[in-house]
Design a protein around this ligand. Structure first.
Ligand code: PLP
Ligand code: COI
Length: 339
């Protein structure tokens, strides 16, 4: 990875040396396997291909100034992958197996770890697939779990600079009693219409509203939404959004900084009253929102008046990154040195 412009690394796929795989057959998981191939060979009737029986995770490993590699809250990702598996009737990946595969994938690809100080990290993508053949709509009895890694910069090309968001009302990412709370590929297929509507109109990401009434803010593309006012961090509570591990961490940081934290339905009508707004997630990190434009009504709300992120978002962002990269005390015990 010599000659890599780490500071301007996009969020994309870079082939690394190894990925890890494990197969579930006859009711049990086998041994971890290491491969250098970045293709898989699966049955033409596999349930992941036809019926979307698939789930994934997104997490990161960070290179510290001390040369140590840190994982951030991997237990939460392992837990969420279990709920995703439960949600669509897949075999669950035990926590220990999840960790072993993640650690192996990171350490075997050590040379792809972005250096400290570049802002980039090693993105980890655990993936669970239904691989058994079914033609009727039924859960598979065979599964494949794999983990690959790829070095990435921030998801939004703006980095920690204001992004423009478009409110999309003519398509929904997830139904109230659907699969919005778990991390399954089908949600992302359903989100593409909104993503492309936003991108085609010149915006970075869509804002999804609640599917039932279109009255409340759900989330921002592949990230949770937050708003800040009166020293209070406010983030939506909804049955159709992904419980973000970044957001969970930011809530704890905000509280630790002496702010009040509210997790409750956030009406779209309330948007204008926020002093700062942002999107947060593993890939997005913390992306301050500069503008929200309603594609239906044409109304625009501006934040970041001088084109700069708000001071509280910046403080939270620095604290989160400080913990992840090991530059600040990890008083919450969120990071684990793995090598
Ligand atoms: N919401 C959606 C739809 C996502 O895809 C993600 C990314 O994983 C998030 C929120 C943020 O979650 P996390 O902070 O756990 O990465
Ligand atoms: C993440 O933040 O890890 C995500 O999963 C976003 C991704 C879908 C691009």
């Amino acid at each position: 990875m010599e000659n890599t412009d780490w500071k301007n690394l996009p969020f994309g796929y870079v082939k690394t040396d190894y990925n890890i795989r494990c197969y579930y057959r006859d009711g049990k998981w086998g041994e971890l396997e290491v491969t250098s191939k970045d293709h898989i060979d699966i049955h033409i009737a596999a349930t992941c291909l036809h019926y979307g029986q698939q789930a994934f995770e997104g997490m990161k490993a960070f290179m510290g100034k001390d040369g140590n590699i840190r994982l951030f809250r991997w237990q939460e990702n392992a837990k969420r992958m279990v709920s995703s598996a439960e949600g669509i009737f897949m075999a669950q990946v035990p926590k220990e197996l999840f960790k072993e595969a993640v650690v192996k994938a990171v350490l075997m690809n050590r040379k792809f770890m972005p250096p400290h100080g570049t802002g980039a990290a090693l993105y980890i993508r655990p993936l669970l697939l239904g691989t058994g053949a079914q033609v009727g709509v039924k859960p598979s009895n065979e599964y494949m779990f794999m983990v690959f890694v790829t070095p990435v910069g921030p998801y939004f090309k703006e980095g920690f600079n204001p992004v423009k968001i478009a409110i999309v009302k003519d398509s929904d990412r997830a139904a109230p009693l659907g699969t919005g709370q778990i991390k399954v590929g089908g949600n992302y297929a359903a989100s593409l219409r909104g993503v492309m509507r936003a991108i085609d109109a010149g915006y970075g990401s869509p804002m999804y509203l609640d599917a039932k009434e279109k009255k409340y803010i759900d989330e921002i593309g592949a990230a949770n939404f937050f708003g800040i006012k009166n020293n209070t961090y406010i983030t939506p509570k909804s049955d159709s959004i992904l419980p973000s591990i970044t957001n969970m961490s930011v809530m704890a940081i905000a509280e630790d900084m002496g702010m009040k934290v509210e997790r409750r339905p956030v009406a779209l009508d309330e948007l204008e009253s926020f002093e700062e707004t942002g999107a947060c997630g593993t890939a997005a990190i913390i992306a301050p929102i500069g503008e929200v434009h309603d594609l239906e009504t044409g109304k625009t709300i501006n934040f970041c008046k001088d084109g700069k992120p708000g001071p509280i978002s910046e403080k939270i962002y620095k604290r989160l990154l400080g913990i992840q990269f090991g530059d600040e005390e990890d008083k919450f015990g969120w990071t684990e040195i793995i090598g």
